[in-house]
Write a protein that binds this ligand. Structure first.
Ligand SMILES: [Zn+2]
Length: 132
């Protein structure tokens, strides 16, 4: 088998064989000779994606959506308020019991503790429910 026949390639456009010393050019998914490549180059290649459509413009800023952060902050605030209410309620309860202050002080302390606990739980559950 002759070496020249192995290397020879035919131009998909004009059909002439591309010489061994010639560089075969690729136009789309076709192998063409350099003459045809120069002629075909300005034409739009339908099966290849034009680069201007696949790339975003240089320097384009994509704005980030932060709605998830804003929602979780509400529940975090509720949790923080709940913890604060529990702490204040516990302090009032301890002080009220130790000083024998009576139900006028112990009842609000107990209420603060209970509502703080509920608020904290709601904040935890909703934060988990809406954010995963
Ligand atoms: Zn050709």
């Amino acid at each position: 088998m002759a070496k020249s026949q192995v290397a020879a390639e035919a131009c998909d456009n004009c059909g002439r064989s591309i010489g061994r010393l010639e560089t075969p050019h690729v136009h789309g998914d076709h192998v063409v000779c350099s003459e045809c490549h120069t002629r075909l180059a300005p034409q739009t290649v339908s099966y290849a994606t034009p680069p201007q459509y696949s790339r975003p413009p240089v320097g384009a800023v994509i704005p980030r959506v932060q709605t998830v952060e804003a929602t979780s902050k509400i529940w975090k605030a509720l949790q923080a308020l709940g913890v604060l209410a529990i702490l204040v309620g516990v302090v009032i309860l301890i002080v009220g019991i130790q000083t024998d202050a009576g139900p006028g002080v112990i009842a609000p302390g107990a209420l603060l503790f209970v509502f703080g606990f509920i608020g904290y739980l709601v904040g935890r559950i909703c934060g988990w429910w809406f954010n995963g």
